[in-house]
Design a protein around this ligand. Structure first.
Ligand code: NCD
Length: 308
Protein backbone atom coordinates (compact mmCIF):
# COMPACT_ATOMS: atom_id res chain seq x y z
CA UNK A 1 0.00 0.00 0.00
CA UNK A 2 1.50 3.33 -0.97
CA UNK A 3 -0.65 6.20 0.17
CA UNK A 4 -0.04 9.31 2.22
CA UNK A 5 -3.69 9.91 3.02
CA UNK A 6 -6.79 7.71 3.18
CA UNK A 7 -9.58 9.69 1.54
CA UNK A 8 -11.77 7.21 -0.33
CA UNK A 9 -11.83 3.47 -0.81
CA UNK A 10 -11.60 4.13 -4.58
CA UNK A 11 -7.87 4.61 -4.07
CA UNK A 12 -7.38 1.10 -2.63
CA UNK A 13 -6.37 -1.95 -4.64
CA UNK A 14 -7.07 -5.49 -3.58
CA UNK A 15 -3.44 -5.78 -2.45
CA UNK A 16 -3.77 -2.60 -0.31
CA UNK A 17 -6.89 -3.99 1.35
CA UNK A 18 -5.30 -7.36 2.02
CA UNK A 19 -2.21 -5.70 3.55
CA UNK A 20 -4.39 -3.82 6.03
CA UNK A 21 -6.67 -6.76 6.84
CA UNK A 22 -3.74 -9.15 7.33
CA UNK A 23 -2.00 -6.68 9.61
CA UNK A 24 -5.24 -6.15 11.56
CA UNK A 25 -5.64 -9.93 11.96
CA UNK A 26 -2.08 -10.25 13.26
CA UNK A 27 -2.71 -7.42 15.76
CA UNK A 28 -6.04 -8.96 16.78
CA UNK A 29 -4.30 -12.28 17.48
CA UNK A 30 -1.42 -10.68 19.39
CA UNK A 31 -1.67 -6.93 20.16
CA UNK A 32 1.83 -7.01 21.71
CA UNK A 33 3.38 -6.98 18.21
CA UNK A 34 2.62 -3.25 17.99
CA UNK A 35 2.46 -2.28 21.67
CA UNK A 36 4.46 0.87 22.34
CA UNK A 37 5.32 1.20 18.64
CA UNK A 38 4.02 4.77 18.42
CA UNK A 39 4.94 6.01 21.89
CA UNK A 40 5.11 9.82 21.99
CA UNK A 41 3.15 10.12 18.73
CA UNK A 42 -0.10 12.08 18.67
CA UNK A 43 -3.23 11.67 16.56
CA UNK A 44 -5.27 14.84 15.93
CA UNK A 45 -9.04 14.31 16.06
CA UNK A 46 -11.15 16.81 14.11
CA UNK A 47 -14.81 15.84 14.32
CA UNK A 48 -17.17 18.43 12.87
CA UNK A 49 -20.08 15.95 13.11
CA UNK A 50 -21.28 13.66 15.90
CA UNK A 51 -19.45 10.36 16.35
CA UNK A 52 -19.21 7.68 19.01
CA UNK A 53 -17.69 4.54 17.49
CA UNK A 54 -15.38 6.10 14.95
CA UNK A 55 -13.90 8.67 17.31
CA UNK A 56 -13.59 6.39 20.33
CA UNK A 57 -12.13 3.49 18.35
CA UNK A 58 -9.54 5.79 16.75
CA UNK A 59 -8.67 7.02 20.22
CA UNK A 60 -8.49 3.48 21.63
CA UNK A 61 -6.39 2.35 18.64
CA UNK A 62 -3.87 5.19 19.01
CA UNK A 63 -3.56 4.60 22.75
CA UNK A 64 -3.07 0.87 22.24
CA UNK A 65 -0.23 1.70 19.88
CA UNK A 66 1.41 3.58 22.75
CA UNK A 67 0.46 7.04 21.45
CA UNK A 68 -2.14 9.59 22.46
CA UNK A 69 -4.68 11.95 20.91
CA UNK A 70 -5.26 15.69 20.75
CA UNK A 71 -8.91 16.44 20.19
CA UNK A 72 -10.33 19.63 18.66
CA UNK A 73 -13.47 19.01 20.73
CA UNK A 74 -16.89 20.12 19.62
CA UNK A 75 -17.33 22.68 16.86
CA UNK A 76 -19.21 24.81 19.38
CA UNK A 77 -16.11 25.20 21.56
CA UNK A 78 -13.54 25.59 18.74
CA UNK A 79 -12.31 28.50 16.63
CA UNK A 80 -14.50 27.21 13.80
CA UNK A 81 -17.22 29.13 15.65
CA UNK A 82 -15.21 32.33 14.96
CA UNK A 83 -15.29 31.61 11.24
CA UNK A 84 -11.97 29.82 10.77
CA UNK A 85 -11.71 27.93 7.46
CA UNK A 86 -11.12 24.18 7.35
CA UNK A 87 -7.87 24.75 5.44
CA UNK A 88 -6.54 26.93 8.28
CA UNK A 89 -7.75 24.58 11.02
CA UNK A 90 -5.99 21.52 9.54
CA UNK A 91 -2.80 23.48 8.87
CA UNK A 92 -2.69 24.55 12.51
CA UNK A 93 -3.47 21.12 13.96
CA UNK A 94 -0.93 19.32 11.76
CA UNK A 95 1.67 21.21 13.81
CA UNK A 96 0.38 19.46 16.95
CA UNK A 97 0.00 15.92 15.66
CA UNK A 98 1.63 13.14 13.60
CA UNK A 99 -1.59 12.24 11.75
CA UNK A 100 -5.10 13.69 11.48
CA UNK A 101 -8.54 12.13 11.47
CA UNK A 102 -11.26 14.31 9.95
CA UNK A 103 -15.05 13.94 9.95
CA UNK A 104 -16.95 16.73 8.24
CA UNK A 105 -20.53 17.30 7.00
CA UNK A 106 -19.40 18.44 3.54
CA UNK A 107 -18.69 15.89 0.83
CA UNK A 108 -15.16 16.40 -0.49
CA UNK A 109 -13.92 18.05 2.74
CA UNK A 110 -11.26 15.39 3.43
CA UNK A 111 -9.87 15.52 -0.10
CA UNK A 112 -9.65 19.30 0.09
CA UNK A 113 -8.09 19.30 3.59
CA UNK A 114 -5.48 16.69 2.59
CA UNK A 115 -4.06 19.15 0.06
CA UNK A 116 -3.04 21.49 2.88
CA UNK A 117 -1.19 19.03 5.14
CA UNK A 118 1.90 16.83 4.99
CA UNK A 119 1.01 14.44 7.83
CA UNK A 120 -1.28 11.50 6.91
CA UNK A 121 -4.97 12.48 6.92
CA UNK A 122 -7.67 9.85 7.33
CA UNK A 123 -11.21 10.55 6.20
CA UNK A 124 -13.60 9.51 8.97
CA UNK A 125 -16.67 10.47 6.91
CA UNK A 126 -17.29 13.42 4.56
CA UNK A 127 -20.99 14.19 4.29
CA UNK A 128 -22.71 11.70 2.00
CA UNK A 129 -19.34 10.92 0.39
CA UNK A 130 -17.01 8.28 1.78
CA UNK A 131 -15.99 6.53 5.00
CA UNK A 132 -13.03 4.33 4.09
CA UNK A 133 -11.88 3.31 7.59
CA UNK A 134 -15.41 2.02 8.29
CA UNK A 135 -15.10 0.05 5.07
CA UNK A 136 -11.89 -1.57 6.30
CA UNK A 137 -13.58 -2.86 9.44
CA UNK A 138 -16.59 -3.93 7.38
CA UNK A 139 -14.33 -5.90 5.04
CA UNK A 140 -12.50 -7.41 8.01
CA UNK A 141 -15.82 -8.57 9.48
CA UNK A 142 -17.02 -9.93 6.13
CA UNK A 143 -13.74 -11.80 5.62
CA UNK A 144 -13.97 -13.36 9.10
CA UNK A 145 -17.60 -14.42 8.70
CA UNK A 146 -18.08 -15.24 5.02
CA UNK A 147 -14.84 -14.73 3.09
CA UNK A 148 -14.31 -12.06 0.44
CA UNK A 149 -14.47 -14.17 -2.69
CA UNK A 150 -17.46 -15.83 -4.27
CA UNK A 151 -19.53 -13.65 -1.96
CA UNK A 152 -23.14 -12.56 -2.39
CA UNK A 153 -23.99 -9.46 -0.38
CA UNK A 154 -27.19 -7.44 0.00
CA UNK A 155 -26.66 -3.79 0.91
CA UNK A 156 -29.89 -2.26 2.12
CA UNK A 157 -31.36 1.04 3.31
CA UNK A 158 -30.17 4.56 2.53
CA UNK A 159 -27.88 3.97 -0.42
CA UNK A 160 -28.15 7.57 -1.60
CA UNK A 161 -26.78 9.40 1.43
CA UNK A 162 -25.03 6.47 3.16
CA UNK A 163 -21.29 7.08 2.92
CA UNK A 164 -20.47 3.68 4.44
CA UNK A 165 -22.29 2.11 1.48
CA UNK A 166 -20.45 4.13 -1.16
CA UNK A 167 -17.07 3.22 0.31
CA UNK A 168 -17.96 -0.43 0.82
CA UNK A 169 -19.31 -0.87 -2.72
CA UNK A 170 -16.12 0.49 -4.33
CA UNK A 171 -13.90 -1.66 -2.11
CA UNK A 172 -15.91 -4.82 -2.79
CA UNK A 173 -15.55 -4.29 -6.54
CA UNK A 174 -11.92 -5.48 -6.12
CA UNK A 175 -13.20 -8.94 -5.21
CA UNK A 176 -15.37 -11.63 -6.75
CA UNK A 177 -18.57 -10.32 -5.17
CA UNK A 178 -22.20 -10.13 -6.34
CA UNK A 179 -23.63 -6.90 -4.91
CA UNK A 180 -27.41 -6.53 -4.53
CA UNK A 181 -28.49 -2.98 -3.64
CA UNK A 182 -31.89 -2.83 -1.91
CA UNK A 183 -33.63 0.50 -1.28
CA UNK A 184 -36.73 2.55 -2.03
CA UNK A 185 -36.40 4.19 -5.43
CA UNK A 186 -35.79 7.61 -3.86
CA UNK A 187 -32.76 6.32 -1.93
CA UNK A 188 -31.00 4.37 -4.68
CA UNK A 189 -27.23 4.55 -5.08
CA UNK A 190 -26.13 7.78 -6.79
CA UNK A 191 -26.00 7.13 -10.55
CA UNK A 192 -22.30 8.02 -10.75
CA UNK A 193 -21.53 5.29 -8.20
CA UNK A 194 -23.52 2.73 -10.23
CA UNK A 195 -21.70 3.80 -13.37
CA UNK A 196 -18.29 3.53 -11.67
CA UNK A 197 -19.12 0.11 -10.27
CA UNK A 198 -20.10 -1.17 -13.70
CA UNK A 199 -16.74 0.05 -14.98
CA UNK A 200 -14.74 -1.44 -12.12
CA UNK A 201 -16.43 -4.73 -11.45
CA UNK A 202 -14.95 -7.29 -13.82
CA UNK A 203 -16.35 -10.17 -11.81
CA UNK A 204 -19.86 -10.84 -10.70
CA UNK A 205 -21.68 -7.55 -11.14
CA UNK A 206 -24.31 -5.49 -9.39
CA UNK A 207 -28.12 -5.45 -9.26
CA UNK A 208 -30.67 -3.04 -7.78
CA UNK A 209 -33.94 -4.01 -6.04
CA UNK A 210 -36.77 -2.40 -4.11
CA UNK A 211 -37.34 -5.39 -1.82
CA UNK A 212 -35.00 -7.80 -0.07
CA UNK A 213 -37.43 -10.74 -0.42
CA UNK A 214 -36.36 -11.88 -3.87
CA UNK A 215 -32.66 -12.09 -2.99
CA UNK A 216 -32.57 -12.86 0.73
CA UNK A 217 -32.15 -16.63 0.39
CA UNK A 218 -29.10 -16.17 -1.87
CA UNK A 219 -27.21 -13.85 0.50
CA UNK A 220 -24.07 -14.62 2.51
CA UNK A 221 -24.14 -11.14 4.07
CA UNK A 222 -26.91 -8.57 4.57
CA UNK A 223 -25.51 -5.08 5.30
CA UNK A 224 -28.25 -2.87 6.72
CA UNK A 225 -27.94 0.91 7.03
CA UNK A 226 -29.69 3.77 8.78
CA UNK A 227 -31.81 6.26 6.83
CA UNK A 228 -29.54 9.34 7.06
CA UNK A 229 -32.15 11.79 8.35
CA UNK A 230 -29.63 14.62 8.81
CA UNK A 231 -28.80 14.61 5.08
CA UNK A 232 -32.35 14.96 3.74
CA UNK A 233 -32.94 18.42 2.28
CA UNK A 234 -36.62 18.11 3.19
CA UNK A 235 -38.05 16.53 6.37
CA UNK A 236 -41.21 15.42 4.47
CA UNK A 237 -39.03 13.40 2.15
CA UNK A 238 -37.51 11.69 5.18
CA UNK A 239 -40.92 10.95 6.69
CA UNK A 240 -42.00 9.21 3.48
CA UNK A 241 -39.24 6.59 3.77
CA UNK A 242 -38.60 6.46 7.53
CA UNK A 243 -39.36 3.09 9.00
CA UNK A 244 -39.20 1.25 5.69
CA UNK A 245 -36.76 -1.61 5.30
CA UNK A 246 -36.75 -3.15 8.73
CA UNK A 247 -35.29 -6.54 9.51
CA UNK A 248 -36.80 -8.81 12.16
CA UNK A 249 -36.96 -12.56 12.71
CA UNK A 250 -39.97 -12.87 10.42
CA UNK A 251 -38.14 -11.12 7.55
CA UNK A 252 -35.21 -13.49 8.07
CA UNK A 253 -37.43 -16.56 7.76
CA UNK A 254 -36.15 -17.42 4.28
CA UNK A 255 -32.51 -16.49 4.99
CA UNK A 256 -29.75 -19.08 4.97
CA UNK A 257 -28.71 -20.33 8.42
CA UNK A 258 -25.22 -18.94 7.91
CA UNK A 259 -26.35 -15.44 6.83
CA UNK A 260 -24.28 -12.68 8.48
CA UNK A 261 -26.26 -9.51 9.30
CA UNK A 262 -24.15 -6.35 9.57
CA UNK A 263 -24.82 -2.67 10.29
CA UNK A 264 -22.29 0.16 10.70
CA UNK A 265 -24.39 1.46 13.63
CA UNK A 266 -25.96 3.53 15.06
CA UNK A 267 -29.25 1.78 14.28
CA UNK A 268 -32.58 3.42 14.81
CA UNK A 269 -35.18 0.76 14.02
CA UNK A 270 -33.68 -1.00 10.98
CA UNK A 271 -32.87 -4.20 12.88
CA UNK A 272 -35.24 -5.42 15.59
CA UNK A 273 -33.50 -6.14 18.92
CA UNK A 274 -34.78 -9.74 18.71
CA UNK A 275 -32.13 -10.36 16.01
CA UNK A 276 -29.29 -9.38 18.39
CA UNK A 277 -29.09 -12.72 20.16
CA UNK A 278 -29.19 -14.84 17.01
CA UNK A 279 -26.26 -16.34 15.10
CA UNK A 280 -27.01 -13.88 12.27
CA UNK A 281 -26.00 -10.76 14.20
CA UNK A 282 -22.44 -9.56 13.61
CA UNK A 283 -22.91 -5.81 14.14
CA UNK A 284 -21.43 -5.55 17.63
CA UNK A 285 -18.47 -7.72 16.62
CA UNK A 286 -18.17 -5.42 13.56
CA UNK A 287 -17.96 -2.33 15.82
CA UNK A 288 -15.35 -4.00 18.04
CA UNK A 289 -13.23 -4.76 14.98
CA UNK A 290 -12.80 -0.99 14.61
CA UNK A 291 -9.93 -1.04 17.10
CA UNK A 292 -7.56 -3.64 15.54
CA UNK A 293 -8.37 -2.40 12.04
CA UNK A 294 -7.68 1.25 12.93
CA UNK A 295 -4.52 0.16 14.80
CA UNK A 296 -3.36 -1.52 11.59
CA UNK A 297 -4.18 1.51 9.44
CA UNK A 298 -2.50 3.97 11.79
CA UNK A 299 0.56 1.76 12.17
CA UNK A 300 0.97 1.45 8.39
CA UNK A 301 0.42 5.15 7.70
CA UNK A 302 2.54 6.41 10.63
CA UNK A 303 5.54 4.19 9.93
CA UNK A 304 5.31 4.92 6.23
CA UNK A 305 5.57 1.16 5.75
CA UNK A 306 2.73 1.31 3.35
CA UNK A 307 4.60 0.01 0.32
CA UNK A 308 3.75 -3.51 -0.74
C1 NCD B 1 -21.87 5.75 10.08
C2 NCD B 1 -21.49 7.15 9.62
O1 NCD B 1 -21.18 8.01 10.44
O2 NCD B 1 -21.50 7.32 8.41
N1 NCD B 1 -21.56 5.48 11.42
C3 NCD B 1 -20.31 5.04 11.72
O3 NCD B 1 -19.31 5.67 11.47
N2 NCD B 1 -20.25 3.81 12.29
C4 NCD B 1 -23.25 5.38 9.73
C5 NCD B 1 -24.40 6.22 10.17
O4 NCD B 1 -24.23 7.30 10.77
O5 NCD B 1 -25.55 5.81 9.90
Amino acid sequence: MRHDHLITSKQLSRADIETVLDHAAAIDADPSIVAGRHADELLGLLFFEPSTRTKMSFEAAMKRLGGDVVDMGSVESSSVKKGESLADTVRVIEGYADALVLRHPKQGAAAMASEYVDVPLLNAGDGAGHHPTQTMLDLYTIRENAGLDDLTIGIMGDLKYGRTVHSLAYALSNFDVRQHFISPESLQLPREVVYDLHQRQDHAGIREHESVDAVLSSLDVLYVTRIQRERFPDENEYQQVAGEYQIDLETLDTARDDLTVMHPLPRVDEIAPEVDDTEYAAYFEQAHNGVPVRMALLDLLLTGETDE
